[in-house]
Design a protein around this ligand. Sequence first.
Ligand code: SF4
Length: 421
Amino acid sequence: MSRSPELERKLAILMSLAADDREGVPPPPRLRYAADVGALGPINIRHLRPAPGMRMSLLRILMTNACSYNCHYCPMRRDRNIPRTLLKPEELVRIFLGARQRGWCEGLFVTTGIPGRPVKVMDDLITALELLRERHRFGGYIHVKLVPGGEPSQIERLTQLASRVSVNLEAPCGASLAQIAPEKSFGTTVSDLELVRAQLLGERAERAAGRPRDALHPGGASGMTIQFVVGATTDTDRSILDTVSRLSAGGGIHHAHFSAFRPIADTPLQGAPATPALREHRLYQADHLLRGYGFGPEEVVFEPGGNLPLALDPKSAWALAHPERFPVEIGKASPEELMRVPGIGPVSARRIAVERRGTSLRTLADLRKIGVVTTRAAGFLTLGGRRLQTSRWTQQLGFWGPEEEVGAHHMVYQVSPGTFR
Ligand code: SF4
């Protein structure tokens, strides 16, 4: 992965901040490899769009790429011979504040390997967040990765200081987690997640009851994220989405992350095939339907093997499996019915409901202007009783060519896209 000279320059400045305040003092040996991509360069600036029209940049910091665990899919696993680097909490804080002062980021995302006992790593995370919140009075966004296996009081303190807490589940159940991460416990991770959930729901309830928001102690109220490595085990998309739905039903989970497995050089899974990125994308789309479009888990359409079809997005797959629900008449359908049409999202459904009161919706071009993806929607709609296209057309479009990825040759990677999740 190449980085732009501009980013290189920023990272060099940030690493010099980490090393020492005094000029000319070389970084300590544990930071020697910190700017090295092979060592999973610990700093990364990422621009996010949390909502349409909004932009936020996050400084993502990997506190350390050292780890005592030996997860089979992970580039940071104990047995892998890579340069290791470690930022102390004070260094991490200096880096972030330096980047923020220069206007390079607004918020912080902190993740870490687990060198030694989880309790010690949790202490370091808490120290970093306490320095930012209590000493430097930073009231902005902090997203932190929970290290499972900490003390309940640590989980409580970390959640109190964080805007968002993420929990890496990796696999949808304990049996498959044991195959790829034998030292991790699914039960411990889920019970830690429940502690975070109880606290953040309590925080939200108190705010709803009128308690003002405390920017320095947001209580995880932005919601948790959960993360899965997809394709490192034989778990199907159905079982992954079942676990996501079951955990999400209790509330407090903002969204799930899916990382398509990539075989990492010098790991036990080096010879395993990479998961097509398209599979990851389909899982995101299905999760989106469950969270934002009113779909129930039982409505998601899977192939006989239990995975989502790659050739069609999940909403089109559902629509094609339910011809009795189509076509939908643009002039009369409820917003909920419109949102079930491929190519129509919540915003365009609302805009249709407003625009159709006048006479401005007469053609596909009119629909396109208000945000409908007409290449996908046309086969499922009528406008003034007139069919716009047949649904066969959608089926035949072959939007993405999954075989291009499925048939790609075997590549082995040094780093994984899931490192910062
Ligand atoms: S997945 Fe996490 S715990 Fe496992 S080896 Fe990698 S960094 Fe360590």
